[in-house]
Ligand binder design. Structure first.
Ligand code: NI
Length: 169
């Protein structure tokens, strides 16, 4: 089932996700619905907070084309250490429509999480996967990528969205 993706300025996007305590059938259903939603969007990552669910869960696939699908699922993910700095160029987000901006990100991260079967995971990431993971883990902390750009650019976007919403109603 495709889920509705919340968009800025929905205040639920500021929610800090609660840890997942039970990996049950309901969670597996959520994962499969989130995957359907992400691939249909299409996007490279999706956090549960973005579909209105207060759970520390994210999915991603840096190659979301049909032939090469490799869905990654992280439950209760956290960045243990990070190093270096890179500019994530033209970053975008399914919850921040019609906007892209450069964002400073760590170059390399060490991540701990649990997989969808409950097995502990610990791995290093760099390049695009590291950027996607930082972006999605931000969502689970109630942070959008526009919170990491200049206040001026953020306000310009906020004003533009307000106008758009007004024109719709
Ligand atoms: Ni996003």
């Amino acid at each position: 089932m495709e889920l509705t993706i919340l968009t800025f300025p929905d205040s639920f996007l500021k929610t800090k996700a609660s840890p997942v305590t039970n990996i049950d059938g309901q969670l597996q259903k959520l994962i499969s619905d989130m995957a359907e939603t992400m691939y249909r969007a299409p996007g490279v990552g999706l956090a549960a907070i973005q579909v209105g669910v207060d759970k520390s869960l994210l999915i991603y696939d840096i190659n979301p084309s049909d032939e090469e699908r490799r869905l990654q699922v992280l439950i209760n993910p956290r960045i243990v250490t990070s190093e270096g700095e890179i500019l994530s160029e033209n970053e975008g987000c399914l919850s921040v429509p019609d906007f892209r901006a450069d964002v400073k990100r760590a170059e390399r991260i060490l991540v701990e999480a649990v997989d969808k079967d409950g097995n502990p995971l610990r791995f290093e990431a760099d390049g695009l996967p590291a950027i996607v993971l930082q972006h999605e883990i931000d969502h689970l902390n109630g942070t959008l990528f526009i919170d990491r750009i200049s206040a001026l650019k953020r306000q310009m976007y906020a004003r533009r969205m307000k106008k758009k919403i007004k024109n719709k109603t």
